[in-house]
Design a protein around this ligand. Structure first.
Ligand code: TYD
Ligand code: MG
Length: 456
């Protein structure tokens, strides 16, 4: 083989270039290029008649080469299983991303403990924490088990050797950014190392049949650190989110080769690690102050699961300077749009008022279905008049002040009934659901004005 070819990769987005660049044309980041050798690939082997014997046999999808595929393993919680698409697929590689301190190591140690107890040997590899640290956490989580092995290692070759020797059911690598291949003269965490190590782990998982969970760091913006290729290489990408100051955590599927994405599991971080929350709506509405102006309940959709949350609006006179519009947990642009509709179509005078909209509990509701809820919350605060507390509000608001239909209405309304609410204010076209939910007082509205007339 001739000299190795050197290429340059952006550490942020993985953009590939032939020479070093100061600014990445792909993502615009400055000074993010690092060099990585690219091995020349031997394409010749795959072509030509002489290699026909070496190639894998060609068989149809209905036949199995070596028995039917292994069954999925249940994980430590039903919610987690749902996000994974029905359990852990043996031989799959899952990447779990999340902000520092959010609870990635805790979640995976709990998973490791469960699998070790129920299914077989688990190997937990940490390049970030020492044995003592992990032992302390394991004691706290009551996770210690004879079949749970710990290995503090970052060298990918040693990791592979350990996995082959132990042939565990589950391998956990915390984190992929700390692993490195000593044959490459690159820093751990650089694009070249990440790609090599991940490729090695994917190969290992496929040949040994061990399921593999990798912890991935995230950038300041919350995206997974490292090149996008990392996400392409693994089978499942999960993201663990939440406000650090609150104990609620959301596990979200971003990519899943074995199931639907967009599924969400809710966990609460407590003294003894993460507990699944099977009734998140009740949790979000727990501390609701009843009878206060500016508070409404909307049914938001997280993946395919409806969650009822409280949206609060506050309108107060601007003390000086230009008026403020602040949005926490809702889309800022939707707040501005709703405010403009209230001003122009309903005659509210908001030019000298500050507007604040807040979703309680740290949940993010980015869908337009919450528009009408935002509008009513602001109007209720503006007029200082409370909305009946047993009402849930749903609908998208258009620029002419019309209220538009919402997707998955039936699922949302089911959740409304389950939590004991008695009234739903919904777009006129969802009135067809009225017969299905006879216990509910279904109110159809055409415009925002219509909604306010019926509520305030
Ligand atoms: P950790 O899993 O170390 O986060 P990550 O691996 O994502 O960086 O979790 C750290 C936080 O979780 C820490 O602030 C303490 C908290 N925690 C609990 O509240 N209860 C527990 O039982 C455990 C183990 C951690
Ligand atoms: Mg950690």
């Amino acid at each position: 083989m001739g000299r190795e070819k050197i290429r340059y990769f952006c550490d942020e987005c993985g953009y590939e270039a032939a020479k070093w660049l100061g600014r990445c044309p792909g993502c615009g980041t400055w000074n993010s290029f690092s060099e990585a050798p690219v091995a020349k690939k031997g394409f010749k082997k795959a072509s030509g008649l002489s290699s026909a014997q070496e190639a894998a046999p060609l068989i149809s999808l209905t036949e199995y080469e070596d028995g039917p595929p292994a069954e999925r393993l249940p994980s430590c919680s039903r919610e987690f299983d749902r996000v994974l698409g029905g359990g852990i697929v043996p031989g799959s590689v899952v990447l779990l991303g999340g902000a520092p301190g959010i609870g990635k190591s805790t979640l995976l140690l709990q998973l490791a403990a469960f699998i070790a107890k129920e299914k077989g040997v688990v190997l937990y590899i940490s390049g970030e924490e020492s044995r003592q640290q992990v032992q302390m956490r394991a004691r706290r989580l009551k996770a210690a088990s004879e079949r749970l092995y710990f290995y503090a290692e970052t060298n990918i070759n040693d990791i592979c050797r350990a996995v082959v020797e132990l042939s565990p059911v589950l391998v956990i690598i915390d984190s992929i950014q700390t692993t490195f291949n000593s044959e490459l003269s690159l820093h751990p965490g650089s694009v070249g190392q990440l790609r090599e190590c991940t490729a090695e782990i994917v190969r290992l998982a496929k040949t040994c049949g061990s399921a593999c969970f990798l912890v991935g760091h995230v950038t300041k913006e919350g995206a997974l650190a490292g090149p996008k290729v990392l996400e392409h290489m693994v089978d499942v990408v999960l993201s663990f989110e939440g406000e650090r100051h609150q104990n609620l955590r959301l596990l979200r599927g971003v990519k899943n080769r074995f199931g639907a994405t967009d599924e969400v599991a809710v966990f609460a971080m407590g003294e003894e690690g993460l507990q699944e929350v099977d009734n998140p709506s009740a949790l979000f509405l727990e501390e609701r102050a009843l009878g206060g102006p500016g508070s409404v309940v909307v049914a938001a959709l997280e993946g395919t699961r409806p969650i009822l949350v409280e949206v609060q609006g506050l309108v107060c006179p601007t003390a000086f300077g230009s008026p403020r519009r602040a949005a926490t947990g809702v889309d800022y642009n939707r707040v501005v749009l709703v405010a403009a509709v209230l001003e122009k179509r309903l005659g509210f005078s908001l030019a000298n008022q500050d507007l604040y909209v807040n979703v309680v509990g740290g949940l993010k509701v980015m869908e337009p279905a919450a528009d009408l809820g935002i509008a009513v919350a602001l109007a209720s605060s503006y007029r200082n008049s409370a909305i009946a507390e047993d009402t849930v509000i749903l609908g998208e608001v258009g620029l002419t002040g019309e209220v538009r239909g919402v997707s998955f209405m039936e699922q949302r309304v089911k959740e409304v009934v389950r939590l004991g609410f008695r009234r739903v204010l919904a777009p006129e076209r969802s009135l067809e659901l009225r017969d299905k939910f006879q216990s509910l007082d279904f109110i159809g509205v055409k415009t925002v004005q219509d909604a306010l007339d019926k509520l305030i």
